[in-house]
Design a protein. Structure first.
Length: 335
């Protein structure tokens, strides 16, 4: 369900994109324009609003995809300042920081370089680490968040004394082997995703996943796998980019919820409607997980996209009560 090659659409485009795709529910299983017409109650029917807020996944339904620096093992051994500098980034970086930087690039159309420079100055990341020397290449994928993170890593490494540069590479099937070979030395990764991918690389594609919603347990599972793969990982940041479920601020205020557990307690009348990608009703970390882990009940599901502009527009326009988004999406920035 995760798509790391996406580019987040600006909020200003959401209404236009939705209008271009037809009426409410035209992309999916079809709810009517009222959004909650088949509900058995109405206490948790959709509430339109501009501001989206993520409900806290307080039972860890989603795997812990915290941002974590991946480093070629030989490069890490040659210069301890690499991990020292990158761990300083992890100590500061929050999901809110990542949302704000993504929004500044995608919505406000600032350059990633300017956004990162301001962040580094504000957090004091341009001092405190030294001892680096020589060239080092930071890889980044071709989507906004990865470019922001790659630039952030490179600029902090430069401040530590390295001659750091950013190289845009392709998907993980290309850049992970390049990182292992030392063609690039650093990459901003996502904890749970990279853990299960390296596990499959080492133990076979049918190997059972070892990542979970527990950050510490996932790091513990990753560490020996990384050693076998010729990699070293730094400390995970609080910042995470993972599947999340959002409502409008107006809905959250009206119902009085900030977590998925609170939503389950408040919305037992069957009036919730869920929006997301077509596979959501079958995926264990989407509708089935919400039902089994939290005890949520849904009047209906409407198919849109995977965390994209159509789902977000459906939430904002009151077509669905709750929808699948990505936790660091710039569209979640507070206005």
């Amino acid at each position: 369900m995760r798509a790391r090659t996406r580019i987040i659409a600006p909020l200003a485009l959401l209404v236009a994109l939705t209008a271009a795709c037809g009426e409410s529910g035209s992309s999916g299983t079809g709810g009517d324009a009222e959004g909650s017409g088949s509900a058995s109650g109405d206490s948790c029917a959709p509430v339109a609003g501009d501001q989206l807020v993520v409900l806290d996944d307080d039972k860890n339904l989603q795997n812990a995809d915290n941002v974590i620096p991946a480093v070629n093992a030989a490069a890490a051994e040659a210069s301890p300042a690499v991990l020292e500098a990158l761990n300083a980034v992890s100590a500061e970086l929050t999901t809110e920081d990542l949302i704000e930087m993504n929004a500044a690039v995608d919505v406000e159309r600032q350059s990633a370089e300017d956004v990162v420079a301001a962040y580094i100055s504000d957090k004091g990341l341009d001092s405190g680490v030294s001892g680096g020397s020589g060239p080092i290449v930071v890889g980044a994928a071709d989507f906004t968040e990865s470019q922001v993170l790659g630039t952030l890593y490179a600029d902090v490494l430069t401040a530590a004394g390295f001659q750091a540069s950013v190289q845009t590479v392709g998907n993980r099937e290309l850049y992970l082997p390049a990182l292992q070979r030392g063609e690039i030395q650093v990459f901003p990764e996502y904890l749970a995703t990279v853990t299960d991918i390296i596990n499959a690389q080492i133990n076979g594609s049918d190997a059972e996943g070892v990542a979970s919603g527990d950050v510490d347990a996932t790091v513990e599972a990753l560490t020996p796998l990384a050693q076998q793969a010729g990699l070293v990982f730094g400390e995970p940041a609080e910042a995470a980019d993972q599947n999340a479920f959002a409502v409008t601020q107006e809905f959250a205020d009206q119902v009085g919820v900030s977590t998925l557990s609170e939503l389950a307690e408040a919305c037992g009348d069957g009036s919730l409607t869920l929006g997301g990608p077509g596979e959501c009703p079958e995926r264990p970390q989407c509708q089935p997980g919400l039902e089994e882990t939290y005890g949520l009940e849904f009047a209906e599901f409407q198919e849109f996209d995977a965390g994209g502009p159509l789902t977000k527009a459906a939430i904002q326009q009151g077509e669905v009560s709750i929808g699948l988004v990505f936790s660091s999406d710039g569209a979640l920035a507070q206005g």
